[in-house]
Design a protein. Sequence first.
Length: 645
Amino acid sequence: MGHVASGITVLCVDDEPSYADLIATHLERNDEAIDATGVTSATDGLSYLDAHDVDCIVSDYDMPGIDGLEFLEAVRARDPDMPFLLFTSQGSESLASEAVTAGVTDYIQKVQGSQQYAVLAQRIRNTVERVRAKATADTAQERTKRILDATSDAALISVADTVVYANPAAVEFFGAADSDDLCDRPLTDLVEPTTDGGTETVERVVENGQTAGQVSRTIRTLAGNSVQASVTACDVTWDGEDGTVSVISDRGDTDEREQRLEALHEATRQLMAAEVHNEVAGIGVNAAAEIIGLDANAVHLLNDDGELEPVAATASARELVGDIPTFGPGDSIAWRVYERGEATAVPDVRLEEDVQNPETPIRSELYLPLGEHGILIAASTTVDAFDEADIVAGRVLAANMEAALAAVERDRQLRDREQELSTQNDRLEQFATVVSHDLRNPLNVAIGRLGALKEECDDDSNMAAIEQALERMQALIDDLLLLARTGDDITEMETVALATAVEDCWEVVDTGDATLVVDTDRKIQADMTRLKQLLENLIRNAVEHSATDSRIQSGGTDKHDIPGVTVTISEIPGGFAVSDDGTGIPEADREAVFESGYSTTTDGTGFGLSIISQIAAAHGWTVTLTESDAGGARFEFTGVDVVSE
C-alpha cells in the first residue's frame, strides 16, 4: 500500500453521489492530511483501486449490486491489511457482528450533524497510523534480522527471557542443528546471570536503562561446554513486544568493535550537524575510509541534470582511477544499483555487462545507495574484496548519510519557503502602504475639492457622476486593504449569535430602504471580526446590486429612490444562508463572481465576494451561490461548527 509520508488518501464509497462527495469534503476539512475521493458504487471503488494507491476505504453497507460487506471481501482478497471502515445508517447488532467477523477495521453508524465527520476523520487517522506503524515495525524487524543473519557474531533475541530468534552464527556457536533448537529456550539456560553469583540477567540490565556493553557472561553450549564471553545487549521490538538483542563475541574482538561503534556514533553526530550536501559527502567518505576501512571510496550525488556527479572522494580513490567519473542513467553498474536501492558488493566489475570502463584497474566494488540523493562507491584492485561485515557497516553509514542529506534538503526548502513568505509579506505591506497613503490622501483631496466645486457649479449630472466615481475608488481602496492585510488569518474563535452579529452589521452599512429579516437563533463558532466583515459585504452586495439593477431598469440615478431589497438570514443544515429578493446573479456568472476584481455591476469593486469566499475558506466553510425562493441571490455556508439552535 503506497502513501505519501504524512498524507492520507481515502476512498469514500456511497451509492448516493452527493453523499459520497460530502463525506470526502468533510474529511478533508476536518483533517488537512486527508485527500479524499468519492465514488458511487463498489464496482467503481474496485476500478479506482486498480489505478490509485489508497490508504483507507470508507464504505456504506446498503448499496445496489455489491454491498459493503461483499466489497470488503473483494478488498481483503487484494490487500489483507487495507483499513476498511463501514460508515452506514444501518445500525443493527447483527450487521455490526457480521462486519466484525468479515474483518472490517471499524464500524461507524451515520448520525445527524457535522460532528460525525470529525469522529470519522480521527478514526481514519488512528487506523492508518496503526497500519503504518506496524508496517514500519515489520520492516525494522526484517532489517534487524538481515543484519544479524549477516554478522559473524552469535546473536540471540529474547522476549521475557525466552529465545525467539537465533542467527546462523549462534546456531554454529551453540552447536545446534538449526535455529529451532535454540528458540523457545529460556535465555538464562544459554547465557548465565552475573558471574559473581548474582541473579542479574542480560535482560534485567537493559530494563534498568543501561546497555549491557562488555558484560562478562558464562555461555553454555548445547553440548554442555561453558565458554566465557562478552555479551553486548540492547532493547528491540520483536513481533510487537519488548525484547532484548544479545550479541555474543570473543573478548579479543570487543575492543576493536566498540571503537568502531563509537567512531560511527561520532560520525553520525557530525553528519547530522552538516548544513550542505557536500559537507555530508565529505564526512561520509572520511568515515568510510577511517572506520570501515574502505580506503578508496567516493560519494556521487544526483545533480540538476539527473546524473550521479562525484562531490567527494578519498586520495586513494583519485590515485586509483584519476578523474572520478560522472554516471548517467543506464550507463553503469553504479546507476543500476542506485535505481535498485540495495547495497551491493560486486566481486569482479570486469565481468559485469554494464561496467563503464572494461579496462579499469578496479576489480571489486561496494555500492551503497544513499536513497534518492546518490550513492557511495568503494573500490579495490582485489577480486571479491568486500565481505558481509563491510556491507553491514556500510549500510549503517549509508543510512545515516541518507538521513543527513534529507535533513539538509528539508532545511534548504524551509529556508526557501521562509524567504518566499518574507518577500510576499514585504510586498503586501508595501502594497497596503501605497494604497492606504499614496492613494487615499489624493483621493481625500479630490473629495474635498468636489464638495467646494458643487457649491460653485450647477452641473448636477456631472457632479453626481464624479462623486459616484470617487465613492467607488474609496470602496476599492477599503476592499484592497482588507484583502492585503487580513488574508486568510483567523485570530480567535468564539461562540457567536448569528442574529446579533447580522443586526450589528446592518447598523453600520448604508442600507437605504432595505429590510432585514432574521430567521434564526443559531449560535456558531467563528472569528467575530471576520464574520462581521463577511456579513457586511453580503449586505452591501445585496443592497448595491439590487439598487444598480433597479436604476438601470427605471432610469433613476439615486439608489435611495429605489424600492429597498429584503435581506434574509436563515439557518440550514450545517450552517446558515443569506438571501435577498433582488434580481439575482445569472447562473453562468456564479462561479466567477468569487474571483478578485470580477463584478456584475458597473460601479462594483469586484472584491466584495472574493473577500466573502476568503473568509469562509479561512473558517473551513464551503460557500455556495444559488437562487433564492424570491429569485434573488442566496449564499449558503456549510461545514459551520454549530454550537446550539
